[in-house]
Write a protein that binds this ligand. Structure first.
Ligand code: ARG
Length: 418
């Protein structure tokens, strides 16, 4: 391993090495943060307390992670189950805002980071830590989200991001781990995908994904069945919403985190929710990500459909722009920016009406809305049906409407083309 100088401090929240005594490390149990756990003790002569946050990433054994942290020398270990808070305080607003960045990314990582960093602040304060450490690189969005949250919520705490500073590649990390008796999961021969996941979805980066010309190898898909292998029988599901948030699946009332898990399983089985995405990162890079987000694909489609039904044409035209702005702010690490809560106030107001039930058919990678019902639908079957007149709608009024509606456009056309 190389022996880098401490990186120069360019930001107010970066730690001065001499002041680092007790560090709260955001610990996943993976190679980077395991090496970091040991490296911080050596490099800074500091105690390390770990925090591992459960946001619903599947297949994680938290007692194993905690045991590993202690083995590598953590003086204290915290594991927090934040699934319901994540669902209610972060995913629910995203659903009300139909949140997709760049037309395809449902923001699961971007939503998780401000919560993880907020918990890091809470646990750092509670455990008497002066510094928070995380495993982000200097090339991604996650450093923006985590550093930004800590700097916003806790100006007294400092941040270190060893991966951003050290000169260790994967091989050197493995060598360091071997040298220091840090257990390594699985073989070290195959370079793994870089994964991040939670309740709302899973991302894969690295390896062939960086070759834009390379169609997905199917081993990348861990949540979603490749559509061609999905069942030959379609499946119908019904999602009931109250005020913009799903509350029941097929008539069974469920807490949001559990509902998301169940919808994700069904959608994954039917091949729903694969997104092969080119993304404009906030730090300037364009990167390709492979996303698997079956629950988000289904729930966002259903929510959007219901919202469209209960809102007027003017609300529908207006909200799409605010939805895009909301997604951009959250993607860009500005969860704590007041514009986000301003926008939420609007999202909440609109979603007061977004109650009802949407039926979807899932089949080989597609989730298609097939039924809708809502007591708040701005819809009248007798008005919408062809040919008939009467009630609130008068067909004889239409020509006059058209005359005035097109007036300026007709005048302008004549001026330019007459
Ligand atoms: N591109 C996505 C984002 O910026 C996913 C990032 C996944 N993070 C990770 N550390 N692998 O939100």
């Amino acid at each position: 391993m190389s022996d880098p100088e401490f990186a120069p401090q360019t930001a107010s929240y970066q730690a001065n090495p001499a002041d680092v005594h007790r560090v709260l490390l955001l610990y996943s149990g993976g190679l980077d943060t395991s090496v970091m756990l040991r490296w911080i003790q050596e490099r800074y002569a500091a105690d390390v307390v770990t925090l591992t946050v459960n946001l619903g990433q599947p297949g994680e054994d938290y007692s194993v992670i905690e045991g590993k942290a202690r083995q590598i020398g953590a003086v204290d270990c915290h594991v927090v189950d934040a699934r319901e808070e994540f669902a209610r305080e972060y995913i629910a607003p995203a659903i009300r805002a139909n949140a997709l960045y760049g037309g395809g990314y449902p923001l699961f990582t971007a939503l998780g980071r401000p919560l993880i960093a907020k918990l890091a602040v809470e646990y750092a304060r509670r455990s008497g830590c002066d510094t928070i450490a995380h495993g982000c690189t200097g090339k991604g969005n996650d450093q923006v989200r985590i550093d930004g949250t800590v700097a916003t919520l806790a100006p007294e705490l400092k941040v270190i991001a060893p991966v951003r500073e050290w000169a260790m590649g994967r091989e050197e990390e493995i060598a360091y781990a071997r040298e220091h008796g840090i257990p390594i999961k699985g073989g070290s021969e195959v370079v793994p995908y870089s994964i991040d996941d939670n309740l709302w979805g899973r991302s894969s980066e690295g390896r062939w994904i960086e070759d834009l010309d390379h169609a997905p190898d199917e081993d990348v898909f861990q949540l979603v069945t490749p559509p061609r292998l999905a069942p030959d029988e379609p499946q119908r599901i019904e999602l009931e919403f109250e005020r913009g948030v799903p509350v029941a699946l097929d008539g069974e009332g469920l807490a949001l985190a559990e509902l998301i898990e169940r919808v994700g399983e069904i959608g994954g089985r039917h091949g729903v929710g694969i997104v092969d995405h080119i993304e404009d990162r906030i730090v300037g890079l364009k990167v390709r990500d492979i996303y698997e987000a079956p629950a988000a694909a289904i729930i966002l489609a259903a929510h959007q459909e219901l919202e469209k039904l209960v809102c007027t044409i003017h609300q529908n035209q207006f909200k799409a722009g605010l939805d895009r702005q909301w997604a951009y702010l959250v993607y860009a690490g500005l969860w704590w920016e007041p514009l986000r809560s301003d926008l939420d106030a609007y999202m909440d107001a609109v979603n007061e009406q977004v109650s009802g039930t949407i039926g979807l058919e899932l089949y080989k990678g597609v989730a298609r809305v097939v039924t809708r019902s809502s007591p708040n639908a701005v819809y009248d079957q007798s008005l919408a049906s062809f040919a008939e007149s009467g009630g609130l709608f008068s067909q004889t009024a239409s020509p006059g409407f058209i005359e005035l509606w097109t007036l300026q456009s007709r005048m302008a056309w004549r001026l330019r083309n007459g």
